[in-house]
Design a protein around this ligand. Structure first.
Ligand code: HEC
Length: 236
């Protein structure tokens, strides 16, 4: 028989259940992220070329252009060996070269704006723009398609690639305590941007070159000076 008392206990039980669930969730997100695990995930995403557009003619990833030790020609400080970086060519845009070569990403975490024209205001924005941009073979207007592909690669991954230790599903669970299947594409892309940005922020120079020592010894300002229009010489 359903009486008032059993309805009351049912309501109480549901309330208690919801409260416990809520606190468990909040606690899980508040738990501190293990930096080493996060950096491993970030570096793995940095060198994964499966996010490239299938309509391009070259595989591409951050580490294809921002090279460190992977090229037989020698080590680079996350730059490439080209005058202009190579981008995947598309039927609708058959260029091979980007607008310039890949600059170093050392100390990029401290830059107030990124890219030559200040296109991005944060590393997170840069990662999202690049994963869906021309450097990975995507055309303007294909952002959604690019993000779907990234999400699918993560879901289907079976610990592929040389930096892989476990499938992405397990690695995201370990680092962020999330189930990739339960996340939306956008939530997943936000976490990818977080992991890759953390990795890039960890790449720092020692600031011990003769130039750095000169600046430190003389207490000079390291910020760029204001342009003085009177010092710009007329052309010709
Ligand atoms: C096809 C080559 C290529 C790929 C792939 C590529 N980059 Fe770049 N990267 C460049 C070039 C070229 C620039 C300079 C663009 C500009 O200044 O307009 C750049 C600029 C940057 C900068 C800014 C440096 C500065 O001084 O402003 C960062 C940080 C960066 N890339 C990180 C990444 C990350 C992270 C990825 C992967 C998600 C990536 N790049 C993929 C070629 C590439």
């Amino acid at each position: 028989m359903i009486n008032v008392r059993s309805i009351k206990s049912l309501v109480l039980a549901v309330f208690a259940g919801v409260t416990v669930f809520y606190f468990a969730q909040t606690h899980a997100t508040a738990q501190k992220i293990n930096t080493a695990e996060q950096l491993h995930l970030g570096s793995r995403l940095f060198s994964d070329d499966r996010f490239t557009s299938p309509n391009g003619d070259l595989p591409s990833s951050c580490s294809h252009c921002h090279l460190y030790k992977q090229d037989p020609q020698g080590t680079r400080a996350y730059t490439d060996f080209l005058a202009r970086s190579w981008v995947p060519s598309r039927m609708t845009d058959q260029r091979r070269e980007g607008i310039r070569n890949a600059p170093t990403v050392f100390d990029a975490g401290e830059m107030p704006r990124l890219h030559y024209d200040g296109e991005f205001g944060s590393l997170e924005e840069l990662v999202k723009g690049t994963l869906s941009g021309r450097t990975l073979g995507w055309m303007p207007g294909e952002r959604e398609q690019a993000f779907k592909q990234v999400y699918n690669v993560l879901l289907k991954d079976n610990a592929e690639g040389e930096r892989a230790e476990m499938p992405y599903r397990d690695e995201f669970k370990k680092v962020y305590r999330v189930d990739l299947n339960a996340l939306s594409t956008d939530q997943t892309i936000d976490l990818i941007a977080d992991a890759v940005s953390a990795y890039v922020r960890s790449l720092k120079t020692k600031r011990d070159s003769p130039y750095d020592k000169f600046i430190q010894t003389n207490g000079l300002d390291t910020r760029p000076g204001r342009a003085n229009p009177q010092k710009i010489l007329p052309r010709g």
